[in-house]
Design a protein. Structure first.
Length: 339
C-alpha cells in the first residue's frame, strides 16, 4: 500500500446542538464521546442516494455496492477540511471492475459503477463482486496544488475491510467503520423501491499517543514461527469497538430513526455530543461547456471518428446527461471534396 495523503481524522467541530428526534437525510453528523476519547461521523442518505443510483439501471447487488462506496466516501471526504475533491475509486478484476465516487467539497456527490452483467450471481458478497485489485483515495485541491493519494490492496474483502486496512497501515489511527445499504418500499407510490444508506466511522484519538499504539505490521518475510507482535487495546477503545459492533444495518438505514437518537442509543451511558450536520446533495459537475472543452482536447482524427449520423453525441457516465454537438461545434475539420 502506498499513501501520501494527509491524516483523515475527526476533529472537534462547533457549535454543539441539542439532539433532534426528527430524522435528517442526506447529511453527515459529527459526534464526540469525550469520556472515551472517541470521535466519529454518522452518514444518513436517502433522496440523494436514490437519485444517483436511479440514473442507471444497476442490478440490486451493484447498486448496493456502489451505495457502500458512496457512504464510505462521505465519511472520509467530510473528515478532511479542504476545498476541492475527494475521490474514491476501485479497479479490480471482479464482476464490478470499477467504482468511482466524486465528493466535491462541501456537499456535492456523484458516482458511477462499471460491471459485467454476465458474471453477476445471486448471493455474491461485496468482496466477491470486487475481487482482487486496489482502492485509491485521492485528494485533489485544484490545479495549483499537488494531489495526494492513498492506495489499499483489495484481496477479496469488502469496503469496510479496506477502510480498516487503510487506517491501520497509513494513518495508524484506531478506526472502525460500518456501512449499510438497502431498498425500502414507500406507500402511495405504486410500490416503488427507494435506496437508503447509512454508515458510521469511529476513531480513538486520546491525548496521550501511547494509548492509541497498535501492533507492528507483519513484515511479510519473517522466519516461520516468529512471534507476532501484539499490543493490548486501551480499555476505552475496547469499549468503543464493542459499542459500534452492536449497530445493526436496519438502524443505519431506518428512515424513522434520527441520527441523534441512534448515537444516543449507542453512547448514552458515557455521554455523546453532536454537532451541526453537513448536508449532502447529488449533483454532477458536467456541463455543455465542460464537454465541449474536453472534445477540443482530443486529436483531430479522434474527433472526426466521433461523428455519427452528422453529429457528435457524448453521454456523461455519472449522470447520464446527453450532449449533442454539430461537427463544427465539436471542432471537427471539414474536408473538401476534390473536383
Amino acid at each position: 500500500m502506498v499513501s501520501q495523503s494527509p491524516d483523515i481524522k475527526i476533529t472537534p467541530e462547533a457549535p454543539v446542538r441539542a439532539p433532534s428526534a426528527v430524522p435528517v437525510d442526506d447529511a453527515v453528523l459529527a459526534f464526540e464521546v469525550g469520556a472515551l476519547d472517541l470521535r466519529g461521523r454518522l452518514t444518513r442518505l436517502g433522496p440523494a442516494l436514490d437519485e444517483i443510483l436511479h440514473k442507471h439501471d444497476y442490478p440490486p447487488a451493484v447498486g448496493k455496492l456502489l451505495g457502500e462506496a458512496i457512504v464510505l466516501t462521505t465519511l472520509l471526504g467530510s473528515s478532511v477540511k479542504f476545498e476541492g475533491r475527494f475521490i474514491l475509486q476501485t479497479r479490480t478484476e471482479g464482476p464490478v471492475s470499477l467504482l468511482i465516487v466524486d465528493f466535491q467539497a462541501p456537499d456535492r456527490l456523484r458516482a458511477y459503477a462499471r460491471y459485467d452483467a454476465s458474471r453477476l450471481k445471486n448471493g455474491q458478497s461485496s468482496g466477491e463482486l470486487l475481487g482482487k485489485g486496489h482502492l485509491a483515495m485521492t485528494i485533489d485541491q485544484g490545479s495549483n496544488t499537488s494531489r495526494y493519494q492513498g492506495l489499499v490492496a483489495l484481496d477479496g474483502g469488502g469496503l469496510e475491510e479496506a477502510a480498516h486496512e487503510y487506517f491501520l497501515r497509513s494513518e495508524q489511527i484506531p478506526t472502525r467503520v460500518r456501512l449499510a445499504v438497502g431498498e425500502e418500499m414507500r406507500g402511495g407510490e405504486g410500490g416503488k423501491l427507494h435506496w437508503r444508506a447509512g454508515g458510521i466511522l469511529l476513531q480513538f484519538l486520546p491525548k496521550a499517543p501511547e494509548r492509541a499504539k497498535q501492533a507492528d505490521l507483519h513484515p511479510g518475510d519473517a522466519p516461520e514461527g516468529t512471534a507476532t507482535h501484539s499490543v493490548p487495546d486501551d480499555d476505552a477503545w475496547v469499549e468503543g469497538q464493542s459499542l459500534i459492533s452492536t449497530v445493526e444495518d436496519v438502524e443505519l438505514i431506518d428512515p424513522d430513526l434520527s441520527g441523534e437518537r441512534l448515537l444516543y442509543r449507542l453512547f448514552h451511558e458515557r455521554g455523546v455530543r453532536v454537532f451541526n450536520p453537513q448536508t449532502l446533495r447529488a449533483q454532477c459537475s458536467c456541463s455543455r461547456d465542460a464537454v465541449s472543452s474536453m472534445l477540443k482536447s482530443f486529436a483531430p482524427n479522434d474527433r472526426a471518428e466521433m461523428v455519427k449520423d452528422g453529429k457528435v453525441v457524448v453521454t456523461c457516465e455519472f449522470c447520464s446527461s446527453v450532449y449533442e454537438f454539430t461537427p463544427q461545434e465539436a471542432g471537427v475539420e471539414q474536408t473538401r471534396s476534390s473536383s
